[in-house]
Design a protein around this ligand. Structure first.
Ligand code: AMP
Ligand code: MG
Length: 706
């Protein structure tokens, strides 16, 4: 299989690319405009603003610098001009005329104070399963060999030429390939291409032009139309490429919060697995300010990056749909201010798509129905693969898709969320901007894996209303799917009334009354969509639990059995209790003795074990009756259960320990040890020290500072 350096990684066919299908921010409507803006008005790329005109995304380039930017003022130059001049040195430079791509590394990024980057984490599994055609060189070995060396830098850009970044893999050049990966993953080098015949001028940068436009307060239908035409521009002229950030809004903790993001994530490109064809949107998180950053810095902490990296490894091993992480790059010299000052880092992460419910809501909330249509057709056709859906202008019959789309998003997420419940995963921020259309788990902000079972646990300290507790999460999915239904309601109603999907432009001509009538017509189907989502979740939940409990019968519901088990597990470590259950030969052990073993293996110090033993003793006979219906040999059942009951659970204190050791001593070996446990959670516990419950780790392991 040919392998490619990052900047030449093959992209999905042009007609299927996100940026060729969706509507760009009118301030930087093309990659050429992105490269031209730094000439005129570079701060425009980093300013928070309300992006309008029905745009779905903005072209951006990563720039992970601390914010507010530390730009020295001097007496010779106007302060604003000094800011523009400094930013200009960091932005992607103009290529010489006649060349197809922008030079990958801007002069300002080659020299201090631009921060050095250091690869600290790498997932061989993500590499092998998602992007085996990416040349990563000696990355894993380099990370291992530099563990404990606090001064190691994985890829100084000095001396790394374009061939290193763009070329095909060269045997014997593993170090260079790793440096190229480091440059890419730290946002220092990205690929921006555009038609070489196109002569970029300063006015393409749209800066001054934008300021004039911004004084027009009302959304103008002509502008919306021209944005629409831009979105359907001939694919020829779209033969260009630049990174982008998505525009989305969301309901946060139940309330509409307006335009939110993406404030710190930049998608670099979409690629496909060379043999399976699986599609991956490769993204940097913590890549610096974008137009969506609002008041924040666009950066991510090392701790949050490590949390995301480890969680996505663990979720993958549990076979729960999730975004993936390829590597984490720390910026040791870059400090970010949160509750305390921390080290900055970037995660190179992948998802089939990063589009979320909030990507629809931002448009519906502003009456940008045409943008809802364009986005919906793209999702239905390119991401769900519904070939009966017509995209853009065409004479083909326009089959309805809007209601189907809501149901599909709901059912995909229902299957994922059911598994969250079965494996005790709690997402801390189930706002509609964190719920992926394709049903992958995204956004590992605050999260937790249940250890000592408590259904009322919420794992986000800013969730003071306890909206997202373990118990509440299924109901929160229905809330979110209803918000998606709201966002598509006028289109669902249109399809009902006209028995076809809307044509391009048709919704632009609709009056407010039309839209209201269509939205009313959609109400007839709301309940059936919600019921379908609930049913799917319930079936997936029963299926997941049946696997964990080794029950194969489909004849009857195991709901009561599971609910009574959860009741009995209260106060016990969920993972350890269930793992212990797979090792018990229930034919050979009396119920009371069995209950005692389960409790011994799963009770944290200080638990009232009597109560837990009584509850499990009462539960076991019903469970045994279920197992007795299975003709399989008990040993065979137990072996099958081991593949669904992890012996390792990723606990929060473990993540804290990993981060502390990285920050203090670049202890990548410890991170790798935890990653490996995350990747093989069903193996018999080989690392008892890290697998135990309850007691904070630092009481058992020598501190890394000692
Ligand atoms: P979250 O609640 O973490 O999903 O974040 C909501 C939105 O805020 C997302 O669009 C993020 O991109 C944005 N955001 C969060 N943290 C930052 C940050 N440090 N800088 C810029 N944007 C951020
Ligand atoms: Mg988010």
């Amino acid at each position: 299989m040919p392998r490619y350096r990052p900047l030449s990684l093959p992209r999905v066919p042009l007609a299927q690319q996100l940026t060729a299908n969706l509507i760009p921010d009118p301030v930087t409507p093309t990659p050429a405009a992105l490269v031209a803006t730094p000439i005129s008005f570079p701060s425009l790329l980093r300013r928070a603003r309300a992006v309008r005109d029905g745009a779905h995304f903005s072209y951006v380039s990563p720039l992970p610098l601390p914010f507010p930017y530390d730009i020295p003022v001097d007496a010779q130059m106007d302060r604003n001009e000094r800011i523009e001049q400094t930013l200009r040195t960091y932005e992607a430079p103009m290529p010489p005329y006649g060349e197809a791509h922008a030079a990958p590394v801007a002069p300002g990024r080659r020299t201090p104070p631009y921060p050095d980057a250091r690869l600290v984490a790498f997932s061989p599994d993500t590499h092998a399963t998602c992007v085996p055609h990416l040349d990563v060189g000696d990355t894993a070995a380099w990370i291992a060999s530099t563990s404990g060396q606090v001064a190691a830098s994985s890829g100084p850009s000095l001396g790394l030429d374009e061939a290193a970044l763009y070329g095909e893999a060269v045997p014997g050049h593993e170090a260079q390939a790793r440096q190229a990966l480091s440059e890419w993953a730290s946002g220092r080098a990205v690929c921006i291409t555009f038609d070489p015949a196109y002569r970029v001028s300063e006015s393409d940068g749209a800066g001054v032009h934008f300021l004039a436009r911004d004084e027009v307060p009302e959304k103008n239908i002509k502008e919306a139309l021209s944005a629409l035409h831009a979105s359907q521009r001939s694919l020829d002229t779209a033969k260009t490429h630049a990174p982008w950030s998505l525009r989305y809004g969301g309901h946060q903790f139940g309330e509409w919060a307006g335009q939110l993001g993406d404030g710190r994530a930049v998608s670099l490109l979409e690629t496909q697995h060379p043999t399976t064809g699986a599609r991956w949107d490769v993204q940097l998180k913590g890549a610096g300010r974008t137009p969506y950053s609002r008041f924040a810095d666009g950066l991510a902490t090392l701790k949050s990056s490590v949390r995301e990296f480890l969680a996505s490894e663990y979720m993958t091993a549990l076979q729960i749909p999730t975004s993936r992480a390829l590597c984490v790059v720390s910026l040791p010299a870059t400090r970010v201010e949160r509750e305390r000052v921390q080290t900055a880092a970037l995660t190179l992460r992948l998802a089939s798509s990063w589009l979320r419910i909030g990507n629809f809501e931002i448009h519906s909330n502003r009456g940008e129905w045409e943008s809802v249509r364009v986005l919906g057709e793209y999702v239905a056709r390119e991401l769900f693969g519904w070939t009966d859906v017509v995209k853009g202008a065409s004479d083909a019959p326009r089959r309805p898709w809007a209601q189907r789309l809501v149901r599909e998003v709901g059912e995909r997420n229902a299957r994922t969320w059911a598994l969250w419940q079965v494996y005790g995963f709690m997402h801390g921020v189930l706002n509609t901007d964190n719920i992926a259309l394709l049903g992958e788990t995204i956004d590992y902000g605050p999260y937790g894996f249940m250890d000592v079972f408590d259904e009322d646990r919420a794992c986000n300290h800013s969730d003071w209303m306890h909206r997202y507790t373990y118990r509440q999460q299924p109901a929160m999915l229905l809330f979110a799917i209803e918000r998606l239904y709201d966002a598509l309601a006028p289109l669902i109603g249109f399809e009902e009334v006209h028995e076809r999907a809307p044509q391009p432009g048709e919704l632009l001509a609709a009056s407010a009354q039309d839209v209201a009538l269509w939205a009313d017509a959609a109400e007839a189907h709301r309940a059936s969509v919600c019921t379908a989502v609930e049913d799917t979740m319930h079936r997936a939940w029963e299926h997941g639990w049946a696997q964990r409990l080794g029950i194969r019968t489909k004849a009857a519901s195991i709901k009561e059995l599971v609910l009574s088990l959860l009741e009995a597990l209260r106060g016990l470590d969920m993972t350890h209790a269930l793992r212990a259950l797979c090792t018990l030969d229930l034919d050979a052990v009396q119920e009371q003795a069995a209950a005692r073993i389960l409790v011994e293996r799963s009770a944290p110090p200080g638990t009232d074990v009597g109560e837990a033993e009584r509850a499990l003793t009462a539960w076991l006979p019903t469970y045994k009756a279920w197992r007795a219906r299975d003709p399989r040999d008990s040993a065979e059942v137990r072996a099958s259960m081991c593949a669904f009951n992890p012996s390792f659970v990723l606990r929060n204190w473990l993540i804290d320990e990993v981060t502390e050791r990285l920050e203090q001593a670049n202890d990548t070996a410890f991170l790798e040890r935890v990653r490996s446990l995350c990747a093989h959670p069903f193996d018999d516990q080989t690392d008892a020290e890290l697998g135990r419950i309850g007691v904070p780790l630092h009481e058992r392991l020598p501190s890394c500072s000692s």
